[in-house]
Design a protein around this ligand. Structure first.
Ligand SMILES: Cc1cc2nc3c(=O)[nH]c(=O)nc-3n(C[C@H](O)[C@H](O)[C@H](O)COP(=O)(O)O)c2cc1C
Length: 314
């Protein structure tokens, strides 16, 4: 048995030990430890399902499924416990693609290698011209902050927002948590809520997508803070490139608590914004992406040379 579980057992045997154990686990354990599943929201349970299913699947790639089968059986049980609670809450698991994926995966628990083979596809070939085209595409994106007089109509903007969120949700996330939440703002009176906290180019942008992260999915945030922001950044970058691919201009704008808390007036604006838009406290704000047809593509702020960035190539 692992030292961690032995220690856990010992603590639980102490007077008041169960509570202490729960507190310690919540503080130290991160999402690995799923005490009190019943007390968790359905969003958290689904994220636990994704996390554990991903760990089970990964065991095949790391070739340790057999040697650590007990660990993976426990993960499968956790998934089943989550499913049970969700069903009791009348949650339709068939409506959630990630639950369906996890359900299929654990249905193949004793035949995982075949599951992986059946659901995999052939790798692509390296094509230098494609690689060069992608690099040129990445280079051609600029942060745009001045918007053209003529803009896509509401229908088109809604479609573009859809493409961006679709691209975002295919970004990788630590532990397959999938913690993103988006608020799409296009009505002038809603964008106006940002006055006093974000720059004019945000308020005047035809479309804004506010990116938030469900911090409950990171367990004890102290342990996973970096992952939350890295996960957000990966998704935001996919959104930015999706909008760029639609021929629109985009600006990624910082909108995290360090900046929000830097001035008392920001806090007042932020409180009003979250209240008006019904954004819950468990959502951590990261960025506001401004999108629209730009008046012009600004000059390239040149980049540091590859040779100066690369410390070693051995
Ligand atoms: C995390 C992050 C936060 C940013 N925040 C802002 C912001 O609040 N306001 C703004 O005008 N630009 C913001 N930007 C855009 C940068 O200023 C811009 O990417 C940088 O100057 C390089 O220009 P380029 O994007 O055209 O290559 C941000 C970019 C990132 C990645």
């Amino acid at each position: 048995m692992h030292l961690k579980s032995q220690l856990g057992r010992l603590i639980k045997q102490l007077p008041g030990g169960k509570k202490l154990h729960a507190t310690l686990k919540a503080r130290l354990g991160g999402v690995d430890d799923y005490l009190n599943l019943d007390g968790r929201s359905s969003d958290e349970l689904l994220s636990v399902v994704r996390h554990e299913a991903h760990r089970i699947e990964k065991s095949i790639y790391n070739d340790n499924f057999e040697s650590k089968k007990e660990v993976y059986e426990k993960k499968r049980d956790t998934i089943e416990d989550c499913f049970k609670i969700l069903r009791q809450r009348d949650f339709d698991l068939g409506e959630d693609p990630t639950a369906v994926w996890a359900e299929n995966l654990i249905a193949s628990f004793n035949n995982l290698e075949n599951y992986v083979l059946d659901h995999s596809r052939e790798a692509a070939q390296y094509r230098p011209e494609r690689a060069a085209a992608f690099a040129a595409f990445a280079r051609s994106r600029r942060s745009c902050r001045v918007w053209a007089d003529e803009q896509p109509d509401d229908q088109e903007l809604a479609e573009i927002a859809g493409h961006m969120i679709d691209a975002a949700r295919w970004a990788p996330t630590s532990g397959n948590r999938q913690p993103w939440r988006f608020v799409v703002l296009s009505k002038p009176e809603r964008k106006e809520l940002l006055r006093g906290i974000k720059e004019q180019h945000c308020i005047s942008a035809p479309l804004l997508i506010w990116v938030l992260m469900d911090k409950r999915l990171y367990g004890a945030l102290g342990n996973n803070e970096c992952s939350l922001f890295i996960d957000a950044g990966a998704a935001i970058m996919q959104m930015v490139l999706a909008a760029h691919d639609c021929g629109l201009g985009v600006c990624w704008n910082h909108f995290a608590l360090d900046m929000i808390r830097s001035r008392p007036s920001n806090m007042v604006v932020y409180d009003r914004l979250t209240r008006e838009l019904g954004v819950d406290d468990h959502l951590e704000s990261v960025a506001i992406v401004a999108i629209g047809r730009p008046k012009f593509i600004p000059p390239e702020p040149q980049r540091v040379k590859i040779s100066d960035l690369t410390l070693a190539w051995e």
